[in-house]
Design a protein around this ligand. Structure first.
Ligand SMILES: Nc1ncnc2c1ncn2[C@@H]1O[C@H](COP(=O)(O)OP(=O)(O)OP(=O)(O)O)[C@@H](O)[C@H]1O
Ligand SMILES: O=C(O)c1ccc[n+]([C@@H]2O[C@H](COP(=O)([O-])O)[C@@H](O)[C@H]2O)c1
Length: 195
């Protein structure tokens, strides 16, 4: 099976993530895309990241209607900082016959050479970089046969913007799936005063 892997903090998951995964699946003939919410995204301010179970459940809600999308707990169930090398090792152990395609936006791809154990990454998966508004998509310095660049419909959406909009009372309708809007409201996420 050709398995796409969409890693992210998903705080919250938004339509930029979903379109990136859907387009990569279509263009690369992937059988399934597994979304993998991070446990401890060590490059972000972990004290301000929403608890993993909320991010996991929003990811489940957002992907539930697509039969080709699934969600994995491998990163949130592992102790310590989340490294993609570990994500890929764990997924490979669970699904040894699958070929893995790790999907990243242009911003994440630009950082990849600084990722933990980068030299091992290229043997564990093929990497797919997708366009993201405001970021240059380039594979400069990356191994040629291990990376594919894809142009996807431009979605100028970020989780940071969704959080800021919620905090200031602006809507996030149509930036995130309807069920995620309702989940954010139900649990008072991203409010200055969660009560
Ligand atoms: N609008 C988008 N278009 C394409 N790729 C995206 C988009 N938003 C996020 N991605 C990619 O999805 C992956 C997970 O991103 P992440 O969960 O950090 O979202 P984010 O919107 O960048 O969050 P934040 O604003 O909190 O940094 C990364 O590879 C990122 O590049
Ligand atoms: O392995 C690393 O060192 C590494 C460093 C930064 C980010 N990542 C992964 O890149 C994906 C997007 O991360 P983020 O922080 O932009 O949500 C997610 O799966 C992270 O685990 C991985």
């Amino acid at each position: 099976m050709r398995l796409g892997v969409m890693g992210g903090t998903f705080d919250p998951i938004h339509h930029g993530h979903l379109v990136a995964a859907s387009e990569a699946a279509h263009l690369l003939d992937l059988d399934e895309v597994v979304f993998v919410p991070t446990g401890q995204p060590y490059r972000k301010d972990v004290t301000s990241v929403t608890p993993a179970e909320h991010r996991y459940l929003m990811t489940v809600i957002a992907t539930a209607s697509n039969p080709s999308f699934t969600v994995s707990r491998v990163d949130i169930d592992r102790e310590g900082p989340t490294y993609t090398r570990d994500t890929l090792v764990d997924l490979h152990a669970q699904r040894p016959d699958d070929k893995l395609f790790f999907i990243t936006g242009a911003d994440a791809l630009a950082q990849i050479l600084s990722w933990h154990g980068v030299d091992q990454l290229w043997e564990l998966a093929h990497f797919v970089g997708v366009t993201r508004p405001g970021h240059e998509l380039t594979d400069a310095g990356l191994p040629e046969d291990k990376v594919t660049l894809l142009e996807v419909p431009a979605m100028a959406i970020s989780s940071t913007d969704c959080r800021e909009r919620t905090a200031t009372g602006e809507p996030v309708w149509y930036l995130v799936p309807d069920g995620v809007v309702q989940y954010i409201g139900k649990y008072h996420l991203y409010r200055e005063d969660p009560s």
